[in-house]
Ligand binder design. Structure first.
Ligand code: FAD
Length: 498
């Protein structure tokens, strides 16, 4: 008989795990508290504009494809990749900008326009970090680390040392690159996993390096088309998705997870329970007895380190702005002070930010002439109690950001061309998706919260209970969460054959 599986949450982690398990013959049902699926990888539609709610930068396209291969499906029937080139355009307050192209010849020319030294440093950094990436990918990202011996063996320790993770991204980058603007461009990208380039491990310099070496992609219709693709696969494979179902408790009998309970709905029972809800939230709220939380009791959760959060402005514009590429960075004055503010509990006075303009390559995201753009600023998470996300806070951040945006050449008139405007705050991340502390990326992927030291995919204290998503191994970001789904399914299959 088919084993039954309940998945709490329809984020990328929950949906991709459902596809993989359905294809292996499990009977899978997904329970989502919101009325739409996708979790943080969601969509905001306001006719004629379609915005990706959060994720937009697509690295490692093969990991996206792999979910379909693993289920014996052809990804081409579900999603369409569009190549992004330049991968980035970085703008500065002195009105200069640089393109980071896929093509090596034009990339070198652009870097030489900074200096030959900058071009040489960039190439050397690519080579150094590429070598580390190959080690991290083979030895860490693709291992589940359920067993201490998986990590504490000589080969893993040698490999950990080879990744030389003990310096920060800024330290590593500045060893090779002296030009401040280029340093800022590279440093900014470690913020994509919610850590500071001045404090986190240097392994996260792999974000800009992997983007440069393997390219970035856009999915036709936006990142949310991946959620729709997973949904289609789930239904084709016979799975069930229930929305507007808030799970209030994971039911445990003896030492086994046997189902889920909701205040206003009937309890549901199954052989296996997987929580895709944020791991610290799952521990804090869905497991009621400390014995079942293992080492992640509420006081331990308070001691852990969490990623920063984000403030996003969505703008529907009636005019086209061809000077924006798909992915843009605006790297503002007092860069370090303003980046640090997201980790020290302050709002940035001169925000640096990422601007996403998908309509540069994808007309399907707008049903008129104009652009949809999202501007993403890193801000403190809700563990900093001194900031309340009320109307005044939103207005403050909105005005600071728009005024900086107007410094980009030819964007001076942008405010006059706004026909739709909306925002996402850390409080929204908490309220809508139960992001613990309103963080953007969950538990911080610091060295002491990585690999074996990150929450595992399988409960240490409760049988038949598993976890998938940003705050468990291997870490945050859509492609990394997809790896977490691959690893959790491997663990479930392994346990099933014991
Ligand atoms: C602003 C921002 C920008 C980002 N940009 C990028 C990017 O460019 N590229 C990239 O790769 N990644 C990016 N990310 C990260 C990426 O979006 C996340 O890592 C990924 O979406 C997380 O997926 P998940 O499955 O872990 O969890 P979530 O998306 O958090 O899904 C968890 C789901 O569980 C549901 N849930 C919670 N509690 C309950 C309950 N009690 N009952 C039922 N359901 C429940 C939630 O509603 C949610 O649907 C970004 C994230 C943010 C916030």
């Amino acid at each position: 008989m088919k084993k039954s599986v309940l998945i709490i949450g329809s984020g990328i982690g929950g949906l991709s795990t459902a596809v993989r398990l359905l294809s292996k013959g499990y009977d899978v049902k997904v329970y989502e508290k919101e009325n739409t699926i996708g979790g943080k990888t969601n969509q905001l539609v306001h006719n004629p504009f379609t915005f990706d709610l959060t994720a937009s930068i697509l690295m490692n396209r093969e990991i996206y494809e792999e979910v379909f291969y693993d289920a014996s499906l052809d990804y081409k029937n579900y999603i369409e990749f569009i190549e992004v080139d330049p991968i980035y355009r970085s703008f500065y307050p002195d009105e200069t900008f640089y393109d980071f192209t896929r093509d090596l010849v034009s990339l070198i020319r652009n870097l030489e326009s900074i200096s030959t030294e900058a071009a040489i440093g960039y190439m050397k950094l690519l080579a150094e970090v590429y070598e580390r990436y190959t080690i991290a990918n083979d030895h860490f990202l693709q291992q589940s680390f359920e067993n201490p011996f998986d990590f504490f063996n000589i080969s893993s320790i040698i490999n950990a040392l080879k990744t030389k993770a003990f310096s920060t991204p800024h330290q590593l980058i500045s060893e090779y690159i002296k030009d401040e603007k280029l340093q800022q461009f590279l440093c900014y990208q470690s913020l994509y996993v919610g850590i500071s380039p001045y404090e986190g491990p240097s392994i996260y310099t792999l974000v800009p390096v992997v983007s440069q070496l393997y390219g970035l992609w856009h999915l036709k219709g936006g990142m949310y088309s991946y959620v729709k693709a997973l949904e289609k696969a789930i239904y084709q494979l016979g799975g069930v998705i229930k929305t507007n179902y808030t799970v209030d408790e994971i039911i445990i009998s003896g030492d086994k997870a046997i189902g889920i309970k909701s205040k206003d709905k009937d309890a549901v029972f199954a052989d296996i329970v997987i929580s895709n809800a944020d791991f610290p939230y799952t521990m804090d709220t869905l497991l009621k007895n400390d014995v079942h939380k293992g080492k992640y009791t509420t006081s331990k959760l308070d001691d852990l380190k969490y990623t920063c959060s984000t403030f996003i402005i969505y703008l529907g514009l009636k005019k086209r702005y061809p000077q924006l590429s798909v992915h843009n960075l605006y790297l503002n004055v007092d860069f370090k002070e303003n980046i640090d503010s997201a980790f020290t509990g302050h709002l940035p006075i001169h925000p640096s930010f990422y601007i996403y303009c998908p309509t540069r390559v994808d007309d399907s995201m707008i049903a008129s002439d104009g652009e949809c753009i999202s501007i993403v600023v890193r801000v403190p998470n809700l563990f900093f109690k001194n900031i309340t996300w009320n109307e005044d806070t939103v207005k403050f951040m909105r005005n600071k950001t728009i005024s900086a945006l107007k410094n980009i050449p030819d964007l001076g008139d942008i405010e006059e061309n706004i026909v739709y405007e909306n925002y996402l705050t850390p409080q929204d991340l908490k309220n809508s998706f139960n992001s613990y502390g309103g963080t953007a990326f969950g538990l911080s992927p610091t060295l002491t919260q990585t690999n074996y030291f990150r929450p595992h995919l399988k409960s240490d204290s409760v049988k038949n209970l598993y976890f998938v998503g940003s705050s468990v191994h291997p870490g945050p970001g859509v492609s990394i969460v997809l790896l977490s789904s691959k690893l959790v399914v491997q663990e479930i299959l392994k346990d099933d054959t014991l």
